[in-house]
Write a protein of this length. Structure first.
Lengths: 337, 241, 265
């Protein structure tokens, strides 16, 4: 989710820098009041370095043949608190920007906001902490917070790119590409974060107690139920998005279909046919003929990208659920040995 | 001079770190602290600089350790940790050595001068701008030693100084330590190292002092060392293949 | 895990480059930082079709690479890694922006292609500028400069310590990963079911290490407070550098906009 300089305009960059600097400044102010901060500094540095190293470890996601890595915002926040986590993520992002060209220098403000402020100062206090303080299941709190953090972050990327106006990619297309993908990533990362937090809880419960969490882990609600609930929410949300999208059919197909109406394209017939052939070969549903010559979708309430996104997310969620069942089985046999 | 009177450490989970330890090290004296794993060597060292809470009295150059004068005590007592990576937490070696001096409020010119002297003394001028990741175990050990030496303490505590060292580096460390005039307490498993650096040894067992005497007697006493869970020098009659 | 180790090598190879000597290395870090930021701002201020207006800006990284003797291959390799996301965002321009700029027989060079090339060029130049900044300025000088600018000490210390421990943690992770792979089912990647205990174990070790580091810091008088640093003022070489490079960047920017205005009026 690291943004590069090339897609940003200076005004957006400056605005996001101002926002991030304020947030980081506020976080520093808040933790200075805490007398534990002096002791927390080495913990922040070392866990930050660990998150950096962990981001380099790709784990294989079963069923998809692809690999992923954690971002770590909610993990850090759960371990050391929201404000220290923001500072830690900010320092990791700065090092990634300087040494790995992972995210541009002017885009640092955006990146700190998207990957630091949103998970640590929004998702963590608004979702994770209240759920944990009510004694709710760790998995529910973690996965919800992680998903929310990543959704907000991805949406923020879309807004920042769109506001900069460098790319022609229409807003809703970009959003409909980014959101489902990051939903899937969020669920997977949430599951991994739960596993890590559980391990830490079992070995050293005092670590999370000091971050202001309730220590007891209730194993009452099964994770499968949580995943099912989240799946339903996913379908509803992406269905809702697709309703919106079809009212303003801004999809890539619609844009190309629209431009076929203009005369300029006659001069570039080759390019157009190549691109539309590419589109057809990539289309999962052979429903392109549902778009009539005027570029309007026949079924006004169904948007293909929205459904594809939901199905993709659901498949991944289902895979995650099966995987979690396997993890539980594995843990049970491990404790029996 | 270092004076310890009836020092005890009890951890939050009620395990005993050290139990009623008393000992006195004269100015310029080197004392080896010997004991099996878990005997209390590290606990004693950490208690002497007030890093972990303890009961009893500690006097460093006749200044009594208490909650309010920790910084003063830590300027008098320098600790070299077992793992040098734990002491080298700044990017460059120079920054690491300067860290303590900056915290003392010294100005940069003075800091620079002190560091130059220290680097020359330990023969590690070439490490000045290097990063700790790129240097060998022996060089790390020397750098970690420099970070403490530069603060000019009168008492030095060493926790397993030969850990992570190859034989050559070990020899270099040996000659460096023998050249220092400080009061030294050296906690170590390396009995030959203890015998070569310290005329006096204190044996710890289960957190308390088991024996205190000349190294050339204690460290070769097979029965005594056996009771402490440590092997005496030359004790293991292994066949050499 | 050669992957992790090679990434750590990337950090420290840049660090070693920055320890060398050249006229660029000798410049004040503030001069280099200001110059880099002004450079990026100027490039970003152009519109999406300004390929030819941005092209002259390539002089800056090329000049610095030459003067500072930075291996151009090293910079290029890292810049390539930064390209994919930009390409993804830029490629859609090709499909959506089909008005022609010029014709070459049957082939049309469109505005969409121009904007894609512009995005690639912007990426190349901006990323190079930052990498070169790091290649000619040691990290501790950068952080020292941030301290002089009165940024909060706690954050800068955090930055320095994180940087320091990345290598250590990565080594630990790499070694543990080798141990894992030697006894795993597939012998290759980390399986998701093991991620929890693997990372969890590394985390716990990190907490223990952090405890020891904290003790080491306290033993050397550490407390959360700011301390003053030696003033290091810009000398005439630094000012020359800032004014010269800044002047050229602004001239190119102003000149470009005049040219563009001139084209249409």
């Amino acid at each position: 989710m690291h943004m590069a300089d090339a897609l940003l305009s200076p005004s957006v960059a400056v605005a996001m820098y101002a926002t991030s600097i304020s947030a980081v400044g506020y976080a520093i102010h808040k933790i200075k009041e805490d007398e534990l901060t002096e002791k927390r500094l080495p913990i922040m540095a070392v866990t930050g370095a660990l998150v950096f190293a962990a981001q380099m470890i790709n784990f294989t996601i079963p069923g998809t043949g692809s690999s992923g890595h954690i971002v770590g915002g909610i993990l850090l926040a759960a371990l050391i608190g929201g404000y220290p986590a923001l500072l830690t993520i900010a320092s990791v992002l700065i090092i990634q920007c300087l040494f790995f060209a992972d995210g541009g220098l002017l885009a640092l403000g955006c990146n700190i906001f998207n990957m630091g402020v949103l998970p640590c100062l929004v998702a963590y206090p608004l979702v994770f902490k209240p759920l944990r303080q009510k004694g709710k299941h760790l998995a529910l709190a973690t996965i919800s917070a992680t998903v929310l953090g990543l959704q907000l972050g991805a949406f923020s990327v879309v807004l920042e790119t769109f506001a900069s106006g460098i790319t022609e990619l229409p807003f809703s297309t970009f959003a409909l590409l980014m959101q489902p993908i990051h939903l899937a990533i969020g669920i997977v990362e949430g599951v991994v974060t739960v596993a890590i937090l559980r391990f830490v809880y079992q070995m050293r419960p005092e670590i999370l107690a000091s971050a202001g969490q309730r220590v007891a882990i209730s194993s009452g609600i099964s994770i499968k139920k949580i995943i099912v609930a989240l799946t339903l929410i996913t379908v509803l949300v992406s269905g809702g998005l697709s309703l919106y999208a079809s009212k303003n059919p801004d999809g890539l197909e619609w844009a190309i279909a629209r431009t076929t109406g203009t005369s300029e394209l006659e001069a570039q017939g080759e390019i157009f046919s190549v691109s539309s052939a590419l589109q057809e070969s990539l289309a999962i549903f052979p429903d392109y003929e549902l778009i009539n010559a005027n570029g309007k979708s026949i079924f006004q309430n169904i948007s293909i990208p929205g459904i594809v996104g939901s199905i993709f997310a659901c498949t991944l969620v289902g895979a995650a659920g099966i995987l979690l069942a396997k993890i539980k089985k594995g843990k049970r046999t491990a404790t029996n040995e | 001079m270092l004076k310890i009177e009836k020092l005890s450490v009890r951890y939050p989970d009620q395990t005993i770190g050290i139990d009623n330890v008393s000992l006195c090290a004269k100015e310029g004296e080197s004392v080896a602290l010997i004991g099996a794993n878990g005997a209390g060597k590290t606990s004693l060292i950490m208690a002497l600089v007030g890093v972990i809470p303890s009961n009893g009295n500690v006097f460093a150059d006749n200044v009594k350790l208490n909650k309010d004068n920790l910084n003063e005590i830590r300027n008098k007592i320098g600790v070299v940790f077992q793992n040098p990576d734990d002491q080298l937490f700044m990017p460059t070696i120079y920054d690491n050595i300067a860290f303590g001096l900056r915290n003392m409020g010294m100005n940069e010119l003075e800091i620079n001068a002190r560091i130059e002297t220290c680097l020359s003394l330990l023969n590690i001028k070439h490490l000045r701008n290097k990063t700790a990741l790129k240097i060998s175990g022996g060089e790390k050990r020397m750098a970690a030693l420099a970070t403490v030496l530069v603060m000019e303490p009168s008492i030095m505590l060493f926790d397993e100084p030969t850990a992570f060292l190859d034989p050559k580096a070990r020899r270099i460390l040996l000659s460096v330590l023998n050249g220092l005039q400080h009061t030294k307490i050296i906690a170590t498993h390396d009995l030959m190292f203890a015998a070569e650096t310290c005329k006096r040894s204190v044996l710890l067992k289960d957190g308390s002092v088991f024996a205190d005497g000349p190294s050339k007697e204690l460290l070769y006493d097979v029965q005594l060392m056996d009771k402490c869970g440590v092997e005496a020098i030359g004790a293991c009659g292994r066949e050499i293949y | 895990m050669t992957d992790i180790r090679s990434k750590i090598e990337q950090i420290y190879s840049l660090e070693q480059l920055s320890a060398q000597n050249s006229c660029v290395h000798g410049l004040h870090p503030l001069a280099k930082i200001c110059s880099t930021i002004l450079y990026i701002v100027c490039i970003l201020s152009f519109d999406r079709y300004a390929f030819f207006e941005i092209l002259p800006y390539a002089f800056y990284p090329l000049l610095l690479i030459f003067l500072a003797k930075v291996p151009i291959g090293m910079i290029f390799k890292r810049v390539i890694i930064a390209l994919p996301f930009c390409l993804f965002a830029g490629v859609s321009n090709v499909f959506l922006d089909t008005a022609p700029v010029m014709q070459f027989g049957e082939f049309s060079f469109t505005f969409g292609m121009l904007s894609l090339f512009t995005i690639v060029l912007r990426t190349l130049l901006c990323v190079s500028a930052v990498l070169i900044l790091v290649a000619v300025t040691p990290f501790d000088e950068l952080t020292e400069e941030l301290r002089r600018m009165h940024l909060p000490n706690i954050f800068i210390t955090l930055l320095e310590m994180t940087y320091r421990y990345i290598g250590v943690l990565a080594e630990e992770a790499a070694t543990m990963f080798i141990g894992y792979r030697l006894r795993s089912r597939t012998g290759s990647g980390l399986e998701m079911k093991d991620m929890g205990s693997f990372i969890g174990q590394l985390l716990l070790r990190s907490f223990d290490r952090a405890d020891r580091v904290y003790q080491a810091m306290k033993c050397r008088g550490y407390a959360l407070r700011n301390f003053s640093h030696a003033q290091n003022n810009l000398d005439k070489h630094d000012w020359c550098f800032i004014l010269l490079t800044g002047g050229i960047f602004l001239l190119l920017r102003w000149g470009a906009s005049q040219y563009v205005a001139g084209r249409f009026f």
